[in-house]
Design a protein around this ligand. Sequence first.
Ligand SMILES: [Zn+2]
Length: 180
Amino acid sequence: MKTEVKNKQLCRHCGKGTFSARTLPFHAWKDNYLGELALTDFLIYECSSCHRQLIPYESVLRIERAEALKLETWLFKQAGNALEFDAKFLSNAELVSLLGVSRQAINKSPKYRNLIYCLCIKGEYFYYRESAKLFKKHGDGRLHIDEVFESQVDSTIKDLQKGKIQYHTSSNGVITYAES
Ligand SMILES: [Zn+2]
């Protein structure tokens, strides 16, 4: 995804125009797994003739940071309280026993941390259990987190409609759900 592009660089696509920098007020970037990311004041280079757009390296870095932040936010949301955290995340030792590979293999190869969703807390890695299970099965543990989000919302709404879940709003506006 790394693109080196300079002002007045000739466009190889049309051979007629040259590229010039342009800042888009808003740019929506779609990632296969993480869904849509909204970036403001996004720098691109655009051809004066065919209007082909190139994303310079600094903007690629911005996308990567936004992706990392979205994933981290999502993982922390899944983590919930301490009890839920233990149920949903694996320690390094637990990952070793789930995958049947050595601790050294996990530390050496970046694929485990790239393909299994994980959080780094005080220098220690914790792996999202669902993602680790998917990795064990298919060699790629990346979940489509927007779909997971949506399916969680969908099933809650369906259960509400079926009367399986009852909810009430307390005086301070907090909605609590109770399965009936
Ligand atoms: Zn062009």
